[in-house]
Design a protein. Sequence first.
Length: 425
Amino acid sequence: MIQQGIGTRCVQAGYTPSNGEPRQIPIIQSTTFKYDTSEDMGKLFDLEAPGYFYTRLQNPTNDHVAAKIAALEGGTAAMLTSSGQAANFFALFNICECGSHIVASASIYGGTFNLIAVTMAKMGIEVTFVSPTASDEELDAAFKDNTRAVFGETIANPALTVLDIEKFANAAHRHGVPLIVDNTFPTPVNCRPIEWGADIVTHSTTKYMDGHGAGVGGAIVDSGKFDWMAHADKFPGLTQPDESYHGIVYAEKFGIEGAFITKCTSQLMRDFGCIQSPQNAFILNLGLESLHVRMPRHVENGLAVAKFLQGHDKVVKVNYPGLESDPYYELSKKYMPNGGCGVVSFEIDGGRAAAESFMKKLKLAAIETHVADARTCCLNPATSTHRQMSDEQLKEAGIPAGLVRMSCGLEDKEDLIADIAQALC
Ligand SMILES: *Cc1c(COP(=O)(O)O)cnc(C)c1O
């Protein structure tokens, strides 16, 4: 079949009801599944037959929604997780173990930075952070014999830097490891990293995919392109027998298209259990059905707000990759010709106090620790997510005390701009 458009996939991919079945994906609110014989169930435990036996491992509602996300990203398999944090941890830990090393862009979400730099370090997994604008030489220098993955974000939260996906993918492949890209901010409507060489794509579905601030969730998509067997010594978990499943070899039994997600489900979901509830998966799917309609509006509002702020005398600096003056404009145009997302950050003249006073005066934009939903919201990192840092430390981290991160929602842009204008007075 000819590849359907992204909008058709948002609405219909992943679930095709048969005659007389529910039109909407049913919520299978059941922890377990019934079998006639123990033999039938035994086959599932041995991964000999597909099917369901316990929702911690797999649930039909989740599988339909994961299949839709795989179709959107152009991957071969996907799984849902309880959060974006779980998705990034699983994606990395599925191929890393004690003694492994990761090359990661330094410009990533704070939670992921902490996961890799602090928590995974305690598991004996090292990291080398590189600039998202690192040259080929700088990238090559970051690799070690024990490097097992490269990680970055298409548009970083909150720095709004744009990853040169092709460059990072080429570097990863030169060293025989996959590139994992967190594609939360642009979503597959605005960028599909697999088309640029990424091997694994992750999401915090909590953000635009859900889009209504209703459910925390995550997803992992496999491109089905990385040849684990060609680098068998690096990825023994995929290329050597798994004794907990009678010695199956994932890369042989499930092939290049299915090995990564099958292993991630049957080992990591089994052992860590970060499953998304079927109820949340249902809500996530409602968000996905309109993702292609919502994203252009988020981009339109983000760009309009960024342009307005850029011309304002109380604003020192605006970060938005869709602005021609932004250092990431060219990369943004290449990877996201229809725009990236609705998140804008800007520095208000007068530091912390000015940012606080501005945010207090806003009537439409609420102060929230969130981004990427239908309602515009904002946050001052200096007084919230980064409040433990002094003004000096903030400056060093490239987060001025007067920085405001604003996530433009789906309201009318004229109203958002009017609200910002009155609050800047
Ligand atoms: C929010 C976010 C995460 C973490 O996702 P949760 O769903 O909050 O666990 C990871 N990556 C990016 C880019 C995010 O914006």
